[in-house]
Design a binder for this molecule. Structure first.
Ligand code: HEC
Ligand code: HEC
Ligand code: HEC
Length: 417
């Protein structure tokens, strides 16, 4: 998703810079070549309870965003609509522990190399944006979680097709993003985890959660963007909302500590609240592709904030998205609430989670109202924001009845949950 614009522009750059014919041949060669010289990193699973817990944090916020899409928590893979069609048809892979269709037959080191280099078990390049600077310990933790026996990784037979790159797509991956064929021979450390550590916050923001990539302008990798403090985290990276089920364009916001253009007025608690629930202090709903960091703990969120405070404040304002931002202004009219609270951006006909509303079908309005205020308590890690602080129980109930009307069922009053 996040690499999308990078890819699109990369194509243009590649086409202009290099004679199209030769370049195409070179790109195809780079994509199809056997990377048997890329060393396996010396990383094996961390199966300690702390390792597994850490692995779950990273997996849910990072890997799960692509491998377990559409509100699914099982990483069975599937079509990724947020990659641009000009570059190909993209599918993330089944990475459950199935021996044949999943990664049950891969060694830990093979999974680690896939994460670092994007090179698979059979030494082939796969079109996944890799994590070249994620620390050994965090990769070991992710693999520990994947191998922990957690039910989400139970073998599944799903087999999404392989992604198919168009010629421009091949050019983009081969040249604009580049294929990282340098095997990791030296361990990459994870900085000491502490709330007041700028370094730990910087590591999370640039090498794990990639805030720096989505929230800085331009198409380069996070590592390159980190070298440009004058624009770092000042927003303006362009997302197309249409493939995500929305309308128009969305520029990522400036998240430097500028008081006028960024989040300089946000307190630490407001920041934490927005990151976890998807609701900003001004009552705006944060939509995908902004992930929710429900698994991040207090120390991580504080370290991120500490790091953001250390970044040069940038007063350049980013224009608001087409059609404005969905704002939480609860009213007694459920139809109005459905659009003002941003429910429609996910659940209206044609939007990304239209079908998910059907999950409420046949349930009691009281139960649905509880879901609406706190979906996290029913489904950890869900993309749906937490509305608890924005709507009271009465408004939630009105909304629940309205939503049940949309599921096609009759809304019975006072059914026991
Ligand atoms: C931006 C989306 C995205 C993210 C984030 C992502 N992946 Fe992937 N992953 C993909 C795509 C796309 C493929 C390749 C599918 C193909 O080759 O058609 C893939 C392939 C894989 C494969 C190869 C599976 C196979 O059966 O061949 C593994 C293993 C994998 N990813 C693990 C991970 C892990 C672990 C993480 C988190 C550290 C992660 N991925 C994060 C999109 C993503
Ligand atoms: C895949 C891209 C992506 C990643 C990764 C990402 N963001 Fe965002 N972020 C967005 C987009 C897009 C929005 C705007 C969403 C909207 O308005 O609906 C946003 C909104 C925000 C906002 C709200 C700003 C405001 O003025 O309302 C904050 C704060 C934020 N992100 C912080 C972060 C941090 C910190 C990280 C890393 C831990 C991060 N984001 C990672 C894309 C991303
Ligand atoms: C950012 C996208 C998003 C927004 C905004 C959103 N939802 Fe959801 N909603 C989801 C997803 C995803 C699911 C499916 C749950 C899952 O699998 O994670 C869901 C599920 C539901 C369900 C089904 C519950 C069940 O029992 O299965 C209801 C009802 C619902 N949402 C109502 C609402 C209402 C009302 C609002 C606005 C107040 C809203 N949603 C806003 C993404 C969203």
């Amino acid at each position: 998703m996040m690499k999308k614009i990078l890819l699109a522009i990369g194509v243009l750059v590649a086409l202009v810079l290099i004679g199209a014919g030769t370049a195409m041949g070179m790109a195809t060669h780079k994509i199809n070549k056997t990377y048997d010289y890329v060393a396996l990193p010396n990383i094996t699973r961390d199966s300690s309870p702390e390792g597994i817990a850490r692995g779950e944090q990273v997996f849910r916020a990072v890997c799960g965003e692509c491998h377990a899409g559409g509100g699914n928590t099982k990483p069975v893979g599937g079509r990724m609509f947020d990659f641009p069609a000009e570059l190909g048809t993209f599918y993330s892979a089944n990475i459950t522990s199935d021996m044949e269709k999943g990664v049950g037959g891969w060694t830990d080191q093979e999974i680690a190399r896939m994460v670092i280099n994007g090179i698979d078990k059979n030494h082939h390049f796969r079109p996944m944006p890799p994590f070249p600077n994620m620390g050994d310990k965090d990769i070991a933790a992710v693999i520990g979680f994947m191998r922990s026996g957690h039910p989400d990784f139970a073998p599944e037979k799903a087999q999404p097709p392989r992604s198919e790159l168009t010629p421009p797509g091949r050019m983009a991956f081969a040249f604009a993003m580049g294929i990282n064929d340098k095997g990791r021979t030296e361990p990459v450390p994870v900085p000491v985890k502490a709330a007041d550590s700028v370094e730990y916050g910087r590591y999370l923001a640039s090498s794990v959660y990639d805030c720096t990539f989505c929230h800085s302008p331009g198409l380069e990798s996070s590592a390159v963007k980190m070298q440009h403090p004058e624009t770092l985290l000042s927003g303006g990276f362009e997302f197309d909302l249409v493939p995500l089920g929305g309308e128009g364009k969305l520029l990522s916001p400036n998240i430097t500590m500028s008081e006028t253009a960024g989040i300089g007025k946000w307190t630490l608690d407001e920041f934490k609240h927005a990151m976890v629930t998807g609701v900003t202090p001004g009552g705006f709903i944060l939509r995908p592709p902004m992930p929710k960091y429900r698994y991040a703990d207090d120390v991580e969120l504080t370290a991120l904030y500490t790091f953001l405070r250390s970044v040069k404040a940038n007063d350049k304002a980013v224009p608001p998205p087409t059609g404005g931002r969905p704002k939480a202004e609860p009213s007694a009219d459920p139809e109005k609430m459905f659009s003002s609270l941003g429910c429609a951006t996910c659940h209206a006909p044609g939007k990304a989670f239209e079908a998910k509303l059907q999950g409420a079908k046949g349930k009691a309005p009281e139960e649905v109202a509880k879901w609406i205020r706190n979906p996290e308590s029913f489904k950890p890690g869900t993309q749906m924001p937490t509305y608890e602080s924005l709507i009271d129980e009465n408004n939630a109930l009105a909304l629940a009845k309205f939503v049940l009307g949309k599921t096609g069922g009759t809304v019975s009053e006072g059914t026991a949950p």
